[in-house]
Design a protein around this ligand. Structure first.
Ligand SMILES: *Cc1c(COP(=O)(O)O)cnc(C)c1O
Length: 224
């Protein structure tokens, strides 16, 4: 099957899940995760109207998106992978939304760059809902303090929270936890759900789902 029919299937599934969950039509945004796929492949999805994309590496995005944006100027590009503070400048220049604010140093660096570049990005804080030592993100117990640090001390608008549940666990309690943290902090957007679990994520209130392989196919031997 073609990439464009995969995309159509995913969009259909999202619409069905919105309906089943009693949610408004179009309340869930699809981020097509194009990491590891080259510009020609990505363009197949652009050609059929998809405009919201996710990449997990600043360097890789720098290699393909500036050219694609020249042709498709209404693209919205989301950074969904970990960010180093020495890449903050490039990240702010390249992306519209960052999902992975996960420490004070990064929050400060993003703020400085947004000011320098006079560019306002949509910002999400990544929460390590499974408290996994190897995974990025703020621990659930530290979330309220960190959110208020960003909002009050740095004056950053926080649009949403993001999580990646442990791969070998039922994602449902993780989605519920993310939603709970967002709710008590008055944060509207939830970035949760990937190819394998976006249906459940929509049931639990996701407003952005990040779907890669269900659209583009298997990344298999490709790195990252
Ligand atoms: C790669 C990636 C995705 C997409 O994963 P699929 O299983 O291919 O849908 C979503 N979120 C993040 C943070 C990713 O790195």
């Amino acid at each position: 099957m073609s990439i464009s029919s995969h995309l159509a299937e995913v969009k259909q599934a999202i619409a069905e899940c919105e309906k089943e969950a009693g949610r408004e039509d179009g309340s869930v945004s699809l981020i097509a995760v194009s990491k590891t796929f080259d510009a020609d492949t990505v363009e197949k999805v652009l050609k059929v109207g998809q405009r919201v994309f996710g990449e997990n590496k600043v360097q890789e995005a720098k290699g393909k998106w500036p050219q694609l944006r020249e042709k498709y100027d209404d693209v919205e590009l989301h950074l969904i992978g970990p960010l180093q503070s020495n890449k903050a400048k490039d990240a702010v220049a390249l992306f519209d939304v960052i999902h992975t604010i996960d420490r004070k140093k990064i929050a400060r660096a993003i703020r400085v760059e947004m000011e320098k570049q006079s560019k306002e990005l949509g910002l999400f804080i990544q929460i390590n809902t499974g408290a996994e030592p190897q995974k990025a993100g703020i621990l659930p117990d530290d979330a309220d303090d960190f959110i208020s640090f960003c909002q009050v001390e740095l004056g950053l608008g926080i649009r949403g929270l993001m999580c990646i549940p442990p791969f070998d666990e039922d994602p449902k309690p993780h989605f519920k936890l993310l939603r709970k943290i967002a709710k008590r902090n008055d944060i509207r957007e939830l970035s949760m759900g990937m190819s394998s679990d976006f249906r459940e994520a929509i049931k639990q209130g996701a407003t952005y789902v990040r779907v890669g392989s269900a659209i583009f196919g298997d990344r298999k031997k490709k790195l990252a």
